[in-house]
Design a protein around this ligand. Sequence first.
Ligand SMILES: *[C@@H]1O[C@H](CO)[C@@H](O)[C@H](O)[C@H]1NC(C)=O
Length: 398
Amino acid sequence: MKLLITFICIISIEIAKQHCVVSAWSQGGSTITSRGATIQHQLPTSSSLFSSTQSNDKDDITINSNNGELERLKKEEQRLSSLLDSIRQQKLAVLRSRPLSIGIVGFGRFGQFIAQSFTKYGNVVGTSRTNYTDVASEMGVKYSLTLDSFVLDEDLDVIVLATSIVSFKDTVFELVPLLEKKMQLKGAGSYPLIVDVASVKEHPRNILLDLLPEECDILCTHPMFGPDSAKNGWRGQTFVYEKTRINKVILDPDFEGQENQLDISEEHVEGMDRMERFLSIWEEEGCNMIPMACSDHDSYSANSQFITHLVGRILGIQGLKATPIDTTGFQSVLRLIETTNADSFDLFYGLYKYNRNSGYTIGRLRGALDDVVGALLQRDGVVGVFDGGNRKSDDDAK
Ligand SMILES: *[C@@H]1O[C@H](CO)[C@@H](O)[C@H](O)[C@H]1NC(C)=O
């Protein structure tokens, strides 16, 4: 009998616990729907974890029964934890009242493009190999001539790496010793959030995870637009991101909201808050915010962004030109050639080289061309390989 009662008690505690976990998870889920709201919800989420624990303990108390001293200590614990919560909230409010300092490494066309919008939300500092002092000062951005002074002399909350994909690794190699030097001078709290904005995602993610000190938080993003496609503003443009690491914990990109479960330490809450504040810039500008694992991004983009560039380059080499009788379809073909060839060959190469799905996409395009031509030949009853050259001269002879 006694055994049975104990058993029932254990079961009911387990059920209570599971209830807590579920409620905390669903609270974490609110992160996805509204970023602005998340910042507000961050602390209530952790405090609700506290209070959930408390309700467990109440069950405990009824089981152990009339232990007055324990009851008193629990109440004191509750009082202190809500006091701690309120102090944390005040601290975050102070942090938020101070604008973010955002550094941008690589101040080329794209770096300048994002810097322009960032100036509405915080202090922006740029650096690059080229001296862009004049361009920067025109848009209200401070400019550092060297990466050394950029890291060591500025107190940056966020560093955005806006270099090309091909030079990404070298940039991180240069950055790491400077971050470490800064940490020795200013303490571990000086590590900025590192953000990448490259058009492939697994490659920079792996480099950042491999090379950065583990105290550095990482956010991998791909703004799927640029100075040409979004010259009239960012509203409605797609912004893909993966919250990769916060407070030394690598997050599972397939389940946003889990972070509250893993870690509700002060460092985690502050790291998350900083990340959310940076993301809210894109949200405020009207971007369509898409949380997505880096690996999923790359498999989607090989069959969308890369193939667009590939076809644009192929048609460009074919030397197509506007004619007096262009159809609207052909006009969009010409537009495709123009926009894809306007981007640097470095970008095109980067999309190929650093996305492991791109080779497969090329193979499929080749196969598809053979299939389509094969269908034409079959209709004519021809068996064998299409001989484009002969066919063309036949036509010319007519
Ligand atoms: C960078 O450009 C600014 C503005 O044109 C100029 O005053 C400065 O001397 C340049 N610095 C270097 C190191 O070239």
